[in-house]
Design a protein around this ligand. Structure first.
Ligand SMILES: Nc1ncnc2c1ncn2[C@@H]1O[C@H](COP(=O)(O)OP(=O)(O)O)[C@@H](O)[C@H]1O
Ligand SMILES: O=P(O)(O)OC[C@H](O)CO
Length: 495
């Protein structure tokens, strides 16, 4: 049997999935790892724990389906993006915990950069809005706050990377310091036209060049794994940021095709073609997965809290015991009885970008039950996605014909139906909801010759269910008006 092994390194867990030639899942394994919150707004991961859990699940997934290293045509990586690691090249040890994409420790520094008038130039060069979300200010923080690190970085003793880089390094036994272009486009240090590190940005963020990894296409023969790790060496055939991998895995390869991933947060991406599109509506432009010299760009709306609000109902309020229970609870009432829940627990991302917004529940009455709140939480996820979709339609000057969906919360039929209703657009769920890992497999499969070209991939993607809008346009507009009222009440709350 010949298979592909996908490593899906996410924010809360490391997953490994073995795919066969038909795109069917043969083996999986998953392990959660520790989240550290050392100060308010700070989020860290232990890079060694990320590597150990990722290696462990790769081994488990192979054992699960009885494949050996010789059966694996190639490995593909999809990873949580922007999370920043800096390590010692000689020992392979991180000099500090990884600073996670959600970490807001550099928010004030970003405010200062915006106040100093750098927004337009940075957006033009990187496609990104200045925000603590991206790597640049996280790496700058490490260089300024970890004793001795700046000098060592200047002398070439240290290596910076996103999680793909960290996995490449460890998978090859310290031989490869690389980054895929889709991940590099989220650092705020890469020029999205040339796809090279940009000297002006390196100056602005005071980043010494010797720390930077080499940029490669997403689908590319990166090297081979150290033979001692997985029972023999295996080709590494690709890597991409998880959201770009999902766009690829959903086969959104034509201009205007869009997907939304419902995980911890929501990430909606639209393929905008071979040229970057600079957003006027506060969306981001990134490099989509690249195969060889072919380049495509994506417009993105990043929502920080989506499935995480369901976790909060479970862990914070205790009104459900597991995430999947929310569907039955929310379905036990016909509507929210006027309750709106804005899931701004970590501020608002695209298109509102209000770091000071906070979670808000409005419209409570004596008749409100936990079922109404559960339903309002699901609707709050869908309303946020609709706000991003509006911005995307305006930026791209084209309608969205259908929205392809994936991620853990896409399993929720009530949420998917409400999403179609509120967007007034069909929502299409594929059979394989693990689209991120499938996208990474596609990349590795193309580079290694496992699949000959993209037409073969089109056969792999299959529809599970289409949710057609059933709500009237008038009703949808009315509810979105009320949502906007609730959103206003959540804004600028934290002082
Ligand atoms: N049936 C469900 N309904 C709503 N949310 C769900 C459901 N199942 C899982 N979730 C949510 O989906 C998220 C997990 O999805 P996943 O794609 O694994 O996320 P990530 O990759 O960000 O860790 C969790 O936040 C969880 O609360
Ligand atoms: O790991 P996920 O699925 O929560 O995705 C995180 C994103 O890549 C952050 O930009």
């Amino acid at each position: 049997m010949s298979v592909l092994l996908s490593l899906d390194q996410g924010t809360t867990s490391s997953r490994a999935i073995v795919f066969d030639r038909s795109g069917s899942i043969r083996g999986t394994a998953q392990r959660e790892f520790t989240q550290y919150y050392p100060a308010s707004g700070w989020v860290e991961h232990d890079p060694n724990e990320i590597w150990e859990t990722q290696l462990a699940v790769a081994r488990e997934a192979m054992i699960h389906c009885g494949v050996a290293a010789a059966d694996v045509a190639a490995i593909g990586i999809a990873n949580q993006r922007e999370t920043t690691v800096l390590w010692d090249r000689s020992t392979g040890q991180p000099v500090h915990p990884a600073i996670v994409w959600q970490d807001r420790r550099t928010a004030a520094h970003c405010d200062a950069l915006r106040d100093a008038g750098h927004t337009a130039r940075v957006q033009q060069k990187t496609g990104l809005l200045i925000d603590s979300y991206f790597c640049a200010t996280k790496l700058q923080w490490l260089l300024e706050n970890v004793p001795g690190v700046r000098k060592r970085a200047e002398h070439g003793e240290l290596a910076f990377g996103t999680i793909d880089s960290w996995l490449f390094w460890n998978l090859t036994g310290g031989k490869l310091h690389a980054i895929d272009v889709s991940n590099a486009s989220r650092t705020m240090l890469m020029n999205i036209e040339s796809c090279q590190w940009d000297d002006e940005l390196l100056d602005l963020f005071q980043i010494p060049k010797p720390v930077l990894p080499e940029i490669f296409p997403s689908s590319h023969l990166y090297g081979e794994t150290d033979a001692s790790l997985l029972g023999g060496s295996i080709l590494i055939g690709g890597a991409a940021g998880d959201q770009q991998a999902a766009l690829f895995g959903q086969n959104c390869t034509e201009v205007g095709m869009a997907k939304n991933t419902y995980g911890t947060g929501c990430f909606m991406l639209m393929n905008v073609g071979e040229r970057p599109l600079h957003s006027r509506c506060k969306l981001l432009t990134s490099v989509a997965c690249t195969t060889g010299s072919e380049r495509q760009y994506a417009l993105e709306g990043s929502i920080f809290i989506a499935g995480a609000i369901v976790q909060w109902l479970r862990d914070g309020l205790g009104i459900i015991d597991s995430s999947s229970e929310i569907e039955a609870l929310a379905s036990s009432v016909a509507d929210t009885d006027g309750v709106y829940l804005v899931p701004a627990l970590a501020g608002l991302g695209a298109p509102h970008w209000d770091a000071y917004a906070r979670g808000t529940i409005v419209g409570l009455s004596r008749g409100t039950t936990r079922a109404h709140i559960a339903r309002a939480a699901l609707e709050g996820i869908a309303f946020q996605v609709a706000d991003v979709a509006d911005a995307m339609i305006e930026d791209a000057t084209r309608p969205i014909a259908q929205l392809r969906v994936d991620g853990g919360a896409a399993a929720n039929n009530l949420l998917m139906q409400f999403q179609a209703d509120i967007l007034q657009v069909p929502v299409v769920r594929p059979k394989i909801i693990e689209t991120t890992a499938l996208g990474a497999a596609y990349l590795a499969g193309l580079a290694s010759g496992f699949w000959s070209d993209r037409s073969e991939l089109a056969k792999v993607w299959q529809t599970d269910r289409v949710f057609e809008p059933t709500m009237s346009a008038t009703e949808s507009q009315h509810r979105r008006g009320r949502w906007n009222d609730a959103l206003e009440r959540s804004r600028s709350w934290e002082v």
